[in-house]
Design a protein. Structure first.
Length: 498
């Protein structure tokens, strides 16, 4: 039995750690012993389960804190609760189609992204009520399987978008309850309450009925309204930033006269054969013999962007970027948040406030952090392992945070080109030029030298290019302001809990 999971079924009081254990600060030492007492009534109430994981110490402490908060508490969904309605949709058989031929279809995993994008498209002939799958502005969305408990508020960006069935949709009783509930679930205590049952056992799947057992502080209406309004302001700022990104991309497409990428018609060698086939010049092999590097789609993309650009450069050119950083692999030493810097990876790259952040030891990794891992505002981050080609521009609140070795960093030559680099790399056209470099038989990879060879078209109209750059940087600043607003709402909720 693991030390940290040892419990004693003897009473009903949590025990404190011995001082010599609590003060152990050696990062390489085993986790200190965690133990608590559990009453027989709790054991019987929890289906006579005796394993330690069924009685989570942190969950019990969280519940105790909510029960004894200054304003009292209510059950989230009930007679005096804050939830008006909560539901998930039924399963259905999906008919997937190509982009441009169907309805954009969003996955629950995208709800915490700043600008969620559809991963697939479903046919209008799919046997399901499409309208019932749409989410509406003001709803609270929650992931109920996989990584459970991720939450988001539906703003203008996601209004009327079609989501998968396995996503909980929640509306509050009053117009200010939804944002208050969201802020609660953004706190560590709220997450503990959401992800565990009454006795602390981790739940594997959230059903709407689970909300009826969750307790939440019953703050006065003015406090609830204040928290809700701040949360709404945060999401309004995200929507405004997304509008600026859309406008910048629209200008880029107009200046380069780029059609939607799905309208490009690649030329194949022999159209009478039921097999994609094409030729490649020896001069264009670039030491790559894999077919995916030489697809006709890539040839069509390169032809279109060269047609109306002032010139086509490469990302690695010194006028475009100072350097492209690909961090090396290393054994990590994690510490608490007081002795380290926030450390995350490609999975959280598109989130405003990355989830599941760990803290990397500054003492153990100081040189590597400064040389390879540290982030600076307006760097361009590109995932290079696993899921290739996810793009983000580093916002101000990520300054001096660290990304792992699965994400490359492009250091722009100046801020006058940073926003434009992001805008181009974030397009469907650039995505194809990035992923064509993929190698690896099990885990997909690209490296810094390959990213350096990806082309970027510069515009004939320099004023328009500057306008694109400025809009992206303005959008990045709005995302920083959105983060500050969300943190303000969370802080007020923390005060409620204290």
């Amino acid at each position: 039995m693991e030390r940290e999971n040892t419990i004693a079924v003897v009473g009903n009081l949590a025990r404190k750690l011995p001082p010599e254990v609590a003060e152990n600060s050696n990062p390489l030492a085993p986790d200190p012993l965690k133990y608590t007492s559990v009453s027989l009534s709790e054991v019987y109430g929890n289906n006579t389960r005796l394993e330690a994981s069924a009685f989570n110490l942190e969950a019990k402490a969280a519940k105790y804190k909510v029960e004894h908060c200054r304003y009292g508490y209510v059950h989230l969904w009930g007679k005096d609760g804050l939830v008006k309605d909560a539901y998930v949709r039924g399963r259905f058989k999906r008919i997937y189609v190509e982009k441009g031929e169907g309805i954009p279809f969003y996955q629950p995993s995208t709800i915490t992204e700043v600008y969620p994008k559809p991963s697939k498209y479903i046919s209008e002939n799919t046997d399901v009520d499409i309208e019932a799958l749409k989410v509406k502005k003001g709803m609270l969305l929650m992931s109920v399987s996989g990584t459970i408990g991720k939450c988001s508020i539906v703003g203008k960006t996601l209004d009327n978008k079609v989501f998968s069935h396995d996503l909980l949709r929640l509306t509050g009783k009053n117009d200010y309850d939804t944002g208050y509930i969201y802020a609660y679930f953004c706190t560590p205590i709220g997450q503990q309450m959401l992800q565990t049952n009454n006795y602390g056992a981790v739940v594997q799947h959230i059903e709407p009925e689970h909300l009826k057992n969750i307790i939440i502080p019953n703050a006065p209406d003015p406090i609830k309204r204040k928290i809700h309004n701040i949360v709404v302001e945060s999401y309004d700022l995200r929507d405004k930033s997304n509008e600026l990104i859309d406008k910048a991309e629209q200008i880029l497409y107009e200046e380069l006269q780029l059609p939607p990428i799905e309208q490009l018609k690649p030329a194949y060698f022999d159209k009478d054969v039921d097999l994609r086939n094409y030729t490649t010049k020896l001069s264009e092999l670039n030491l790559r013999l894999d077919c995916s590097y030489h697809t006709p789609e890539t040839t069509s993309i390169l032809g279109v962007i060269r047609k109306n650009a002032k010139e086509v450069r490469r990302i690695g050119d010194k006028e475009i970027s100072k350097e492209i950083i690909l961090a090396g692999r290393f054994k990590r030493t994690y510490v608490d948040n007081k002795n380290g810097i926030p450390f995350f990876g490609g999975k959280q790259l598109l989130e405003l406030n990355p989830s599941n952040v760990k803290y990397l030891s500054v003492d153990q990794h100081a040189k590597r952090i400064v040389k390879e891992l540290q982030l600076k505002e307006n760097m361009i981050a590109v995932t290079c392992s696993g899921t290739i080609g996810k793009i983000n521009i580093v916002p101000k609140h990520w300054e001096n945070w660290a990304l792992n070795q699965h994400v490359m960093r492009i250091v722009p030559a100046t801020d006058d080109i940073a926003g434009y680099i992001y805008c181009w790399l974030n397009t469907d056209y650039a995505y194809h030029l990035i992923v064509r470099n993929t190698y690896g038989s099990v885990v997909d990879e690209i490296d810094d030298q390959q990213l350096a060879q990806v082309v970027i078209p510069l515009l004939k109209n320099e004023t328009k290019q500057k306008e694109i750059n400025d809009k992206v940087l303005q959008a990045n600043e709005l995302r920083y302001q959105a983060y500050l607003k969300e943190q303000e709402a969370i802080q007020i909720m923390e005060n409620v809990l204290d």
